[in-house]
Each structure stands twice: as C-alpha cells, then as structure tokens.
Design a protein around this ligand. Structure first.
Ligand code: PLP
Length: 412
C-alpha cells in the first residue's frame, strides 16, 4: 500500500474519535473483582491471627507468622528467617534498601554506598520505575542489552569484574517488564557465580510476575538464592515480590527475601522506620489464600482473563505486520507486557500517530534509563485493561501507525 492509501485509512480511524489505552500495566476491574471476598475475610468481630495475635495494634515488625510462611513459599526461600513482609508495595522496599545502602551501607559494605559515585547495571528494555530510583539517588545507570535469556552476561561479567563502583543490577527474572521473557538457568548461574569487584554487590531480583502465568505452559526458573549460596555469594540477591497484581494493586502485601544476614540488616533498619506493618491486611491475605496452593489457584482466574487479551494482541500483530520485516515482538508466557520493536528511529512517531488516532501507548523511551532509547525503536504494549474489542481496534491503529512511520522515514 502507498503512504497516501495508509493515510486515508488513518483519517478514517481518526474520524471515529476513539479513546483507547494500551499503556496501563495494571489489573482490569474484572481482575480486581476476583479478590473482592478478601475484603470480607476480616470483620469487626473476627480479626485475630491464626495464632491469636492482635492484628489491630503495633508489633510484628517483619510480619505475621502465617504471612511469612506464605511468602517463604512464594519467594522459594528456605526458612521464614529469610523473609520480611513489607507494606503495600515492593517498589518501596527496593527504594528503601537502596536508600539505606547509600546512607549506611549493606551488611557487608566497608563504607556506605553514598561515600562514592556508584553505578547500577540496567538491563534494557527494562522497568522505568527501577531507572527512576537510580536517577533519584544519582546512581549512574549502565544499560546492558537483553537477549531472549536475560541480560547479555558476557557484558555484565566484564563490567562487574572490573569496576568496584558497580553495586547492583536490576533483574525482572520472570515474564519481565516489558519483554515478558525469563532468565535461563545459565543466566541464573552466571549471575550467581560471577566475580564482582564490589564485595557488597547486590542483585535486585524483582520477581513481580513470579506466578503470573498465562497458561499451563510456564517458565520455571532456577532458584537464585540457592544458586548464589552454592557459590558462596549468599548476600548477593534481594528477592522482591508483592500481591499488587494478585489481589489489589496498591492495597496488597509486599515482601523481600534473602540471606539471614541481609534480612537481619533489613529488619534492623525497618525497626527505625516503623513500629509495625499493616497486619490486618496481612491477615486478610492469609485467610483469602490459606496457603501457596490457594494463591496458585487464584492466579488461574487471572490467566483466564489475561490470556485472551494477549492472544488478541499477538494475532493482530501477526495479521498486520507478520512477514513485513517492519517490526518484531515478544510472545510471553506470562506477565503483563509485550515488547514491540518498530524500525529504528520510528518509535516516537508511532506513539504520536497512535495518540492522534485515539490510542494511548507508554511513551517511547520509557523502557530505557533517562527515558532515552538510543535506537528509538522499543514500545511497551500493555493488554490487561482494554476489552478484547478495544484491543482489536487499538492494535489495528498501532500497526497502521507503524506502517506509516516506516514509509515516512523511507521517504525522508
Ligand atoms: N516491579 C515490576 C517489574 C513491575 O512491573 C511493577 C509494577 O508494574 C512493580 C515492581 C511494582 O510493584 P509494587 O506494586 O509491589 O510496588
């Protein structure tokens, strides 16, 4: 088709004055409804924990025993000592760990991170909020490209071996934001065993999508803490998770796992910043799930809502752009996102054209440190919120915008 013909199609879409949104990586209203009964599990005359603990008062710094047990299983750590239950957001835990690293240092630091200019490795494309934390604290970000198996380990190993100011790496190990891909066993091994010039190097293992499979065909990952321990690097990983995309986003329960030394260090700092967490919400979650099996069962209901949305998004991409050599995209088995790569130099134009026709997309560049995608090529697609019909319309527009942007570039 010529550019003129595509533009005629585009004008027809514009005339519909649509308002569609493929940018929001959050649960749909129907997904939130799946957890409504959680709100009724704790009532005005039934609120004590299973061990009789008072949930309405201070105390229980690192979580109710049953919540710690639930998250021990979720995080796949070996004891409840290796778990601390947080507040409503894993992002807050990540922020606080780094903040305390800067002011006080890690449990094995010889000086606080803030005494030197430190750096983090940022696999790209990645999660913008990780990059915002680094930017906020003035941590230099080193982008490293992702392969289908996780970050390019040849590059990561060289960097960390030679520079003691590199203190951390962000990893979304399973169904990553935004690629939807997972780390292979080899990547888990290499991250666990690699030599780091910094003795207090940390992996921020953000397992936000640990149980967010779309079907029975699931990615299974090697256990990062056990593997790090095998190589004598017990303190290397902090493992993060939350129920934000399991129960209620913003009103769930977050947790962190890691070596006992790491967790004791975290408990020590937590003792200063809080007198106790929200145990009522922990108890709601304990009662709602009962155990990890209950949580896994609950995730199947999410999958039933999410899978058709992913299938629709991928089928329109294939129909419109398959075999054109214009774009590539990931085909995740779980998570919330599809990573869509348009011709180099075109991502911003595709996002702008889509917006003109009524489709909101995540800003081009958002998946890179400092919001700068050097190739201006990556776009994050989030299919969880729109209806199937909305996805159909939105994706037709995104694909049309891609074809127009590519032809415009060729013509220029
Ligand atoms: N980590 C990743 C990779 C995410 O995609 C998100 C949310 O989109 C979060 C963390 C935020 O989690 P929480 O709500 O627990 O802070």
């Amino acid at each position: 088709m010529t550019l003129e013909q595509l533009q005629t199609q585009f004008e027809a879409f514009k005339a519909k004055k649509l308002s569609l949104d493929m940018s929001r990586g959050k649960p749909s209203a129907a997904q939130l409804d799946l957890s409504n009964e959680l709100l009724d599990t704790v009532t005005s005359n039934d609120y004590l924990s299973s061990t009789g603990a008072e949930t309405r008062n201070y105390g229980g710094l690192d979580g109710l025993p049953a919540t710690k047990q639930l998250f021990k299983d979720f995080l796949e750590v070996s004891s409840v000592e290796e778990v601390v239950i947080g507040g409503n957001a894993s992002l807050t835990i990540m922020h606080d760990i780094i903040s305390r690293g800067i002011t006080h240092g890690m449990c094995d630091s010889y000086q606080p991170w803030g005494k030197e200019k430190i750096k983090f490795i940022c696999p790209v494309p990645g999660y913008d909020r990780h990059f915002s934390i680094c930017e906020h604290f003035g941590i230099d970000m080193i982008p490293v490209a992702c392969t289908e198996d996780g970050p390019d380990m040849d590059v990561v190993e060289k960097l960390v071996a030679n520079d003691s100011s590199i203190k951390g790496i962000w990893i979304v190990p399973k169904y990553s934001n935004p690629t939807g891909l997972s780390c292979s066993d080899e990547v888990v091994n290499r991250l666990s065993m690699m030599n780091t010039a910094a003795e207090d190097f940390r992996i921020f293992w953000d397992n936000a999508y640990a149980v967010h499979h779309l079907s029975e065909d699931q990615d299974q990952l090697k256990n990062i803490l056990t593997t790090c321990k095998e190589f004598g690097n017990d303190n290397r990983p902090f493992i993060l998770c939350s129920t934000s995309k399991i129960t209620f986003a913003g009103a769930g329960v977050a947790a962190v796992g890691g070596s006992t030394d790491n967790m004791d260090w975290y408990r020590k700092h937590l003792f200063i910043s809080t007198i106790g967490p929200d145990k009522l919400n922990q108890e709601r979650h304990n009662r709602f799930f009962k155990n990890i099996e209950g949580l896994y069962e609950h995730m199947k209901k999410h999958a039933a809502l999410l899978k058709p949305r992913f299938v629709k998004t991928l089928s329109i991409l294939e129909e419109e752009l398959g075999g054109t050599n214009l774009a590539t995209w990931t085909k995740p088995k779980g998570g919330y996102f599809i990573s869509f790569n348009v011709p180099e130099g075109c991502a911003k134009r595709v996002v702008a054209l889509s917006a003109e026709a009524g489709v909101k997309l995540t800003g081009a560049g958002a998946t890179y440190p400092y919001k700068k995608d050097p190739k201006n090529s990556n776009i994050r697609l989030a299919p969880s919120c729109p209806t199937i019909d909305e996805i159909e319309q939105a994706m037709r527009i995104v694909c049309l915008a891609t074809k127009i942007a590519a032809l415009e570039m060729k013509a220029s």
